[in-house]
Design a protein around this ligand. Structure first.
Ligand code: F6R
Length: 358
């Protein structure tokens, strides 16, 4: 049940540090990742990985791609299930398919799974529901162990998907003898993630204030970032739009000037996510360009990249895992905006928890 919480969404946001720890407890032993041997062997034989997902799970897949490529050294693509069912690109000799799905029931993904099986390609479903259709029908399944997610807007399943992909990528990279995987201390990093998430969750009232300042009456909003900060921009914008009905766009910060900056007016809210040292300076200057055109900018920056005037500081972590932290303010800004506007946060209009039609 909801306990003392008014809405499941806030309860599920609060559960995320515990979910990180549960994943480490479930999938590692003495610092080493434990995966079924047959799964590891099938993954290690792949010439490419294809991650197929929808919505929030697709956004988790975008983060996963960077983990699989950097830790396991296997070319990886991320596909929207609803598109991939109809438009498949060329594949190399031994593709391996990963279906990312909280519910395990998404029809668009099932359609792809049927095609993949007909072609004899191996597959893994990563899901929160071990008894689901996609868990049963893929060759392999791994559970997110996030506990039931009741709120329609996905929160803890997203961070669980990112964390479990990090664990699988680490285990696979080690099995393949990749030095980058050996050097990546996934247990330590997920511990940092849990502690950092808790530190951000503890700033709820501050985030409520920021949500009020920025989004109380606006009709539109932008999140901008580059790399993983871009992927978080997509997910944070989805959180805001689906429960508060603010038209929110997540944007690659460098693309703004190629057209979309025309939409910036006096007081247009722009949230700049700045965690990646490789791109921090560029994203900051993109946000300053928006501010010069009247935008109200909220800077959310990693401690190591922050300026004294930035409004919210993100604890430092391996940049590949920063989404485990930056999504917390994204979730909470969406939650409080919806709450303050008087909406039923857990049951946004027009949406169902699992989408079982194509
Ligand atoms: C957004 C949300 C949806 C789902 C999408 C995929 O908060 O929940 O975008 O992520 O419908 O659902 P699953 O992961 O169950 O396949």
């Amino acid at each position: 049940g909801k306990g003392t919480y008014e809405y499941y969404m806030l309860k599920e946001i609060d559960e995320q540090p515990a979910v990180m720890r549960r994943l480490v407890a479930t999938y590692t032993k003495d610092g080493a990742v434990q995966l079924p041997a047959a799964l590891l062997k099938a993954l290690a034989g792949a010439s490419q990985l294809v991650i197929v997902a929808a919505g929030t799970s697709y956004h988790a897949g975008l983060v996963g791609r960077g983990l699989f490529e950097s830790l396991a050294g296997i070319p990886t693509s991320v596909e929207l299930a609803s598109e991939y069912g109809y438009h498949q690109g060329l594949l190399t000799a031994k593709p391996f398919f990963i279906f990312l799905t909280q519910s395990g029931e998404t029809a668009d993904i099932r359609q792809v799974l049927v095609q993949v099986k007909a072609k004899g390609y191996p597959s893994l479903t990563i899901t929160n529901v071990g008894s689901s259709t996609l868990a049963r029908e893929a060759d392999y399944a791994l559970e997110l162990h996030a506990g039931p997610e009741i709120a329609v807007a996905s929160t803890k399943a997203y961070t669980a998907q990112v964390a479990l992909q990090a664990l699988v990528a680490k285990g696979l990279g080690v099995a393949l003898g990749q030095p980058a995987a050996t050097a990546f201390d996934v247990v330590h990093q997920l511990g940092l993630a849990a502690a950092g998430q808790q530190a951000l969750i503890d700033q709820k009232s501050r985030l409520h204030e920021l949500a009020r300042d920025l989004f109380a009456t606006t009709r539109n909003a932008f999140y901008i970032g580059r790399g993983t900060d871009y992927y978080i921009s997509l997910e944070a914008a989805l959180k805001l739009k689906e429960i508060s009905y603010v038209q929110a766009e997540g944007f690659a910060a460098g693309e703004l000037k190629h057209g979309t900056i025309a939409l910036i007016e006096q007081d247009t809210p722009v949230v700049a996510i700045i965690t990646d040292p490789a791109t921090a300076a560029h994203t900051r200057s993109n946000a300053e360009e928006a501010a010069a055109r009247g935008a109200k900018v909220l800077f959310i920056a990693a401690r190591s990249e922050a300026e004294p005037s930035d409004q919210l500081i993100i604890p430092d972590i391996d940049p590949r895992l920063s989404p485990l932290l930056t999504i917390i303010p994204g979730q909470l800004l969406g939650y409080y905006t919806s709450y303050d506007r008087g909406y039923d946060v857990d049951k946004p209009r027009n949406l169902a928890k699992s989408v079982t039609v194509e």
